[in-house]
Design a protein around this ligand. Structure first.
Ligand code: ADP
Ligand code: ZN
Length: 745
């Protein structure tokens, strides 16, 4: 038997239930099952922890990862044998530890987490080999009786002058047919070589000089590079105002890690819109990095997964899921825009990629850099506590200065009826266009109007599957639910009272604002940018080009325009409804609104010309509005933190949510009631609920919520685990645990 027996036989501690003689291991399949299962290792096969293997599971053949020693909880006589080991580099120890850790933290099944790391099943197969042809050096052309034909001569002459070539290239260059090559191979004159396909990713060029960094940027870059060279775990907040050159600065430790011959991952929130970022990366490192996000095609995903696993993809840029790739030798993680809520995955395994990135760095004993102009309160609290370090960039790069912010009180400075641009904003827009500059109007609402109402009977159009109004999209002639995607044709008559021509849009969306802008400024070129029309990196790149070429004077958009973009001629930003994000009042409403408005404001005046931001509000005394106008982030954060402290909310205390959902309302209520009766009690602990979720109906499922608040020392996961294990709920009711919730819907 193989040598592996001695190292990974069943030596499970604490007296396993069964005595085992054959070698057994546990294997985790990428499925939301109970955990790893024990398997027998057939005679002659050697397996190590981390190996990708094929196993029988039920009536199917599954692929999984050898997780470790057998658990010894099943009679070995009943165990099934592993079919074989797949030709893939084994999963690194650190990746398996990470999966276990994420599973324990988020309370998602290990297999569900593993599935994120095995999202491209066919990447586990051996890559298709390619064949190349070359002259056989041992072939004696004179001695052998090789019948020479003109095509054969051409092929031999061609191969004599070239490195091994693929058949297609040879045929194209010589005009010979495939049978000619075949004949030469059979005669022994030409050799067929099997080669592994080269990695699709080029090595970065580390000799391109960096741009001239300012003193402040040099200091920040040096601090980050020092961490990188020292090695080991560290978490550093790169805290720099918008336009301060954070990207240029974190490229320096990226370079240092690449120079160590290792891998780097950069997580970006809106990967689809990172065309400008990619260009800057290309300028700095001469190559395109490996991309990892939902729009990457299947074949490319497979090649990328393999190249990450074998280490030939040195730099990966991706959305949150890039964190779960099976890195060969990861040496640095960068989380750009670390405050972004898009890093929280809200379905399946509910995890926050920024927090998990810190964990991944810790387990891998490597540095992580968190970059933001508006860091999250969680991160600031960690800096305060000395757990994270902080490197600051206080000023914009070059001649650019931060924009000035002015408040427009829409109660005094009123727009006309069913209009949203105030006279002051209109005047300033006109001035901007007159001086040949560009402007942006920000309104975080897709579609034409957020609500449609019948003026005859008061009927409101609601989604049949969700607790939500239908949003009119006039461009498509449709009403749409923004939660489940339900669509209906916009009717002419009210479905409730039958009145015709009485349906009225209420409130503005970007489409309606566009209509107003075109009517108000007939001579200027207006363009709308939302996730409805800017789908994918290509459309985003084209938009960026049009703005850069000044084919657009006024850009109207939602939050997709808030981040990252750098348009030097954009000098005026109008926030049409600065109060929008403040309504609803969830835990982070003020913080999120502050961050979003700061980011939007940060688009103005990034070039030589100074920028202005106008905030339209009905609540100028609101502390978020005031803090933005004053540019006083510290004051805002201080008030926000002290309020959270008073209520024991994050980052001072911990939160978790339970979401109970199902198709039958009665069953959901009953399950929620039973879970409520078993709720834990104790000091430093508060359980609220069950309460109907604000979205009490979502995609046809009824939803009830619990909110658990606990002091920092309390082991939240253990508490919830105990709690839920006491209650039986029917299979038709789903109980989701959301640790550190960001959505309260
Ligand atoms: P942030 O991410 O902090 O908002 P960016 O990294 O986007 O800032 O930088 C803003 C702009 O200034 C970009 O166009 C960037 O290329 C440019 N920039 C920053 N630092 C430098 C530098 N040292 N030399 C040249 N250009 C720079
Ligand atoms: Zn819906």
């Amino acid at each position: 038997m193989s040598a592996a027996k001695a190292t990974s036989g069943n030596l499970f501690a604490n007296d396993p239930a069964f005595e085992v003689t054959a070698q057994t291991v546990s294997v985790l399949p990428p499925l939301p099952l109970a955990g790893p299962y024990d398997y027998l290792v057939p005679e002659g096969l050697s397996v190590q922890p981390g190996d990708f293997v094929e196993i029988p599971l039920g009536r199917q053949t599954q692929r999984g990862v050898v997780w470790g020693d057998a658990k010894g909880d099943v009679d070995p006589a009943k165990l099934r044998e592993i079919y074989g080991v797949l030709p893939t580099a084994p999963m690194a120890d650190v990746t398996r530890k990470f999966i276990d850790w994420v599973s324990a933290y988020t309370m998602a099944r290990q297999g569900a987490v593993l599935r994120m790391a095995m999202s491209v099943p066919d990447a586990l197969d051996a890559p298709k080999p390619i064949f190349r042809f070359t002259l056989n050096p041992e072939f004696d052309a004179d001695g052998a009786s090789l019948r020479m034909t003109p095509p054969r001569k051409r092929v031999l002459a061609f191969l004599a002058d070239h490195p091994p070539m693929e058949q297609g290239d040879i045929l194209r260059e010589t005009g010979a047919g495939a049978s000619v090559i075949k004949g030469l191979v059979e005669a022994g004159a030409v050799q067929r070589l099997m080669v592994t396909p080269p990695s699709p990713f080029e090595l970065p060029d580390l000799d391109i000089p960096r741009p001239d960094l300012s003193d402040e940027q040099v200091a920040a870059a040096d601090a980050l590079c020092a961490q990188q060279e020292k090695g080991g775990f560290s978490c550093t907040l790169l805290d720099g105002v918008t336009g301060s050159g954070k990207t240029e600065v974190y490229f320096e430790p990226v370079r240092a890690a690449l120079a160590q011959g290792k891998q780097v991952v950069v997580l970006l929130p809106e990967i689809a819109l990172s065309a400008q970022w990619l260009q800057r990366f290309r300028d700095r490192f001469g190559v395109t990095p490996a991309l990892w996000h939902s729009e990457v095609g299947q074949a490319r995903r497979r090649d990328t997964w393999r190249a990450v696993a074998d280490g030939s993809a040195r730099l990966v840029v991706g959305a949150r899921s890039a964190l779960f790739l099976p890195y060969h030798d990861l040496a640095l993680i960068v989380v750009d825009e670390e405050h972004e809520h898009a890093f929280k995955q809200e379905d399946g395994v509910m995890y926050h990629a920024r927090d998990m990135a810190v964990t991944r760095a810790h387990l891998g004993n490597i540095p992580v850099v968190l970059a933001s102009a508006t860091p999250s309160l969680e991160t600031l609290a960690n800096v305060e506590a000395g757990r994270y370090q902080r490197v600051a960039l206080g000023s914009r790069h070059g001649a650019a200065v931060l924009p000035s912010v002015e408040i427009i009180d829409i109660r005094k400075d009123k727009p006309e009826r069913n209009r949203w641009i105030t006279p002051t904003l209109k005047k300033r827009l006109l001035e901007t266009f007159a001086s040949g500059e560009q402007a942006m109007l920000f309104l975080n609402r897709r579609g034409y109007a957020p609500l449609t109402l019948c003026r005859a009977c008061g009927h409101r159009f609601q989604c049949p599957n969700c607790t939500a109004w239908l949003v009119e999209h006039r461009a498509w002639g449709k009403l749409q639910c923004h939660h489940c995607g339900y669509q209906a044709k916009a009717p002419d008559a009210c479905p409730s009272c039958g009145a015709e021509g009485k349906l009225a849009p209420c409130g503005p969306g970007v489409e309606r604002l566009y209509e107003e802008a075109v009517e108000t400024f007939p001579d200027i070129r207006v363009e709308v940018a939302t996730s409805d029309n800017i789908m994918g990196p290509k459309a985003a790149a084209e938009l960026i080009k049009r703005v850069h070429n000044h084919e657009v004077d006024l850009l109207i958009g939602t939050q997709i325009l808030a981040k990252g973009y750098h348009f030097p001629m954009l000098t005026l930003v109008g926030v049409v409804d600065a109060d929008l994000g403040l309504a609803g009042g969830d835990l982070r409403a003020a913080e999120r609104s502050y961050q979003l408005l700061t980011q939007v404001a940060g688009r103005a005046g990034r070039g030589d010309r100074p920028g202005t931001v106008l905030l339209q509000t009905a609540d100028p005394a609101n502390r978020v509005i005031k803090a933005i106008a004053a540019g006083d982030r510290d004051a805002f954060n201080e008030v926000e933190l002290s309020q959270r402290m008073t209520h024991g909310m994050p980052p001072h205390g911990r939160l978790a949510a339970l979401i109970i959902s199902g198709k039958k309302e009665k069953e959901v209520d009953e399950a929620a009631w039973r879970i409520g009766r078993a709720a834990p009690r104790g000091d430093g602990l508060m359980v609220l609920g069950p309460a109907p979720a604000p979205l009490s109906l979502l995609r046809g499922r009824y939803r009830r919520r619990f909110m658990i608040r606990a002091d920092k020392g309390i082991k939240m996961q253990a508490l919830i685990h105990d709690w839920l294990s006491k209650v039986k709920t029917p299979g038709s009711v789903r109980v989701q645990v959301d640790i550190d919730p960001y959505s309260f819907m």
